[in-house]
Design a protein around this ligand. Structure first.
Ligand code: SAH
Ligand code: SF4
Ligand code: F3S
Length: 450
């Protein structure tokens, strides 16, 4: 019996976890319209590039990649650009890349099947309208990670940090209804996934009209089968006492918070419109640490923001130490067209070599600090969830509740199981460990290193 083969779709994802979750939604939606997912672009009927616009470098990578993808196209392949860069550049992308036939922003994925059909008929299409109601509730995402599930609980952003393109690419903030989030998490845990990561640009400002983020944490944390609960990224100003108390009391909520600081200088923070001072940020850190013993904090930091003086930068270095960050994602300021930071006086722009030096110094300070913290943890026994086979193929990569990476010898069949592991070595940033004969305490706080 012969039948027409189903068309195939390949999606390449750049940017943050929100984009990873959106790609899962697009795959799910297209599967419902008769498409099969494939793992490589070669000869796929539809090739989508889900893009990020956060820094110029991220966009340049995509432009380069779009050119490369040409050689994987069949005569009738459709290439589309989705995500934040699609939203930002719209028609300019169609002008720039003749082989691209659709450009779809983050609120337009519902239109994808139709736009692809149109493209097959030779019609190039753009969809970049924001839709404040859009949460894709009726779409079942196609998940490929058996271990953890990314669950968007909020889309868009209502902050207006002066360097940031996200409000332009993702529109206004809106939250999903709590019962919809709970429904999705219940479905996910039924498949054997026990780690849930709630996503939003300022995820702790979640509010569905009735419930706030504290309610959400409690609701998701009490679902049977949710053993690890994480969220990213919270904003310091949205850490109300209620939210902190909920995090502290919900047993599944892990002892790790990724808390973007951006700068340690009040002067720079003001110009970034972050809406907190250095002192207020550190106060937030203190409140979190007081409520959640053994909390590990990681952060995002930008160097070379317009007007950043040597003194401002020194304040960032001292804040890294004062906050006790275990890891930091560090970036050189990248001017994004249309954002307020690009309109600051030209003489305030920081030369690239100065920003580069600051970045290197910052990385050194962060590395030294995490190395010191990690060496102090050697010998500790801790619960590890094994996530995947490590790159070399011999070891398994797992994570502790507090987000440390641990490599353990073991068979691939152990992926997605919990084990007690003794931390035996560290590179300074990641650990090696061995299994110890102790069943993992399922919902207990971890013993600290003695
Ligand atoms: N919503 C999150 C951040 C999302 S963007 C939050 O507010 O915490 C991820 C990180 O990229 C930011 O935390 C910031 O450190 C960095 N970033 C954003 N815009 C940038 C720019 N124009 N130049 C350099 N880094 C930037
Ligand atoms: Fe960008 Fe600020 Fe919104 Fe984060 S909170 S997405 S940095 S505008
Ligand atoms: Fe990039 Fe958009 Fe995420 S700009 S960081 S993919 S929200």
């Amino acid at each position: 019996m012969s039948s027409t083969p189903r068309p195939t779709v390949y999606i390449e994802t750049y940017g943050c976890q929100m984009n990873v979750a959106d790609s899962e939604l697009m795959y799910g939606s297209l599967a419902a319209h008769g498409y099969d997912a494939v793992e490589a672009p070669d000869g796929a009927d539809v090739i989508l590039v889900n893009t990020c616009a956060i820094r110029d470098h991220a966009e340049q990578r995509v432009i380069g990649r779009l050119g490369e993808l040409r050689r994987f196209m069949k005569a009738d392949s459709i290439v589309g650009v989705t995500g934040c860069m699609a939203q930002r550049l719209g028609p300019k992308l169609l002008e720039k890349a003749r082989h691209v036939s659709l450009v779809v922003g983050p609120d337009g994925y519902r239109a994808l099947p139709q736009l692809i059909d149109n493209a097959r008929n030779g019609e190039r299409g753009i969809f970049t309208t924001f839709d404040l109601e859009e949460h894709y509730e009726d779409v079942t995402p196609r998940r490929t990670d058996p271990v953890k599930a990314w669950i968007p609980v909020q889309r868009g952003c209502d902050y207006r940090c002066t360097y940031c393109i996200v409000p332009h690419t993702r529109g206004a903030e809106r939250s999903r209804q709590l019962h919809e989030v709970v429904r999705e998490v219940r479905q996910v845990v039924e498949t054997g996934t026990s780690e849930i990561v709630l996503l939003g640009q300022t995820v702790n400002s979640y509010n569905d009209g009735t419930n706030d983020f504290a309610d959400l944490l409690r609701a998701v944390g009490s679902i049977d089968g949710v053993r690890r609960l994480r969220y990213t990224s919270p904003h310091p100003n949205d850490f109300s006492d209620r939210v902190i108390a909920a995090h502290a009391e919900v047993a599944a909520a892990c002892e790790h918070v990724h808390l973007p600081m951006q700068s340690g200088s009040t002067r720079v923070l003001k110009r970034m419109l972050r809406r907190y001072s250095r002192e207020e940020f550190l106060e937030c850190v203190d409140r979190l640490r007081a409520a959640i013993p053994s909390l590990v904090l990681t952060t995002d930091i930008i160097v070379g923001f317009p007007g950043e003086s040597d003194e401002d930068f020194e304040e960032t270095l001292t804040a890294v130490t004062a906050a006790g960050f275990s890891e930091a994602f560090t970036f050189k300021f990248s001017p994004r067209p249309g954002t307020p930071a690009t309109r600051m006086p030209p003489e305030e722009m920081i030369a690239d070599d100065v920003a580069g030096e600051r970045l290197q110094r910052l990385i050194q300070v962060v590395r030294a600090q995490s190395r010191e913290q990690n060496i102090a943890l050697l010998g500790a026994r801790t619960e590890v969830l094994l996530e995947r086979v490590a790159k070399d193929g011999e070891l398994l990569m797992g994570r502790t509740r507090d987000w440390k990476t641990v490599l353990v010898p073991g068979h691939a069949s152990l992926v997605n199981s919990y084990h007690m592991v003794e931390l035996t070595g560290t590179t300074g940033s990641t650990f090696t460990g061995t299994f110890v004969q102790e069943s993992a305490p399922s919902r207990q706080p971890l013993p600290m290193a003695s």
